[in-house]
Design a protein around this ligand. Structure first.
Ligand SMILES: [Zn+2]
Length: 210
């Protein structure tokens, strides 16, 4: 690019802005690129810090835990709390049914196809390995009426206390340490309750187990 040299007369009679527009724009562009690179490095650094897990002495654990035991059922704490949920709900006159708990990767893949390549509504956005069900950390519930009907009616007030039974069950579940799929941003999964014990799906996929 030719260097811009102002003519001597321009000192007396400036004819335009300095530096000329084309020089300002290229300088601004390289600065923008540099800023983006700095931001990218910062984000990568933060992401790497979030991704590492440390043991109780603060030592960084390997990215992948190779000797991860296969998960074949509900985590014992989740199992115990599920039973408590059924009991506590019954105490206030609400019958519930745990419709789903541990799901294998294959089961999850089958469920994922529902509403996509198979019939029925979409019930999950998670493929095999992407759901807490696949690690025994989630359950789904439905209400059971006195006549034994299983329903997913979120307004149903079977115990006639003026509050929807569904939300009463959710409140008991939260008190037991579950988080609720109805609180998720975006896709909401109202029957879904889970305990992550501080583990992300990414960590569970890399072999970490609570
Ligand atoms: Zn679920």
């Amino acid at each position: 690019m030719p260097e811009y040299r102002p003519q001597p007369t321009q000192h007396l009679q400036p004819s335009g802005p300095w530096p000329p527009p084309h020089r300002r724009s290229t300088r601004g562009k390289s600065r923008r690129i540099r800023n983006w690179l700095v931001l990218l490095f910062l984000l990568m650094f933060v992401a790497s810090m979030l991704a590492v897990r440390t043991d109780e002495l603060g030592r960084i654990l390997p990215f992948i835990q190779k000797d991860a035991p296969p998960v074949t059922g509900l985590h014992p704490v989740v199992l115990a709390k599920s039973k408590e949920l059924v009991e506590e709900s019954a105490k206030i006159g609400i019958g519930i049914l745990i419709t789903d708990d541990f799901r294998s990767h294959a089961d999850q893949d089958t469920l994922f196809e529902q509403g996509r390549t198979a019939k029925g509504p979409v019930v999950t956005h998670a493929r095999g390995g992407e759901s807490y069900h696949n690690y025994g950390l989630a359950i789904d519930f439905a209400l059971k009426t006195k006549k034994g009907q299983v329903i997913w009616d979120m307004e149903y007030d079977g115990n006639r206390n003026g509050e929807p039974d569904w939300l009463e069950v959710v409140n008991i579940a939260k008190g037991l340490g579950f988080s609720w799929g109805g609180d998720w941003k975006g896709f909401k999964d109202y029957p879904h309750l889970q305990m992550d014990f501080g583990y992300s799906i990414s960590e569970l996929q890399r072999g970490y187990r609570p």
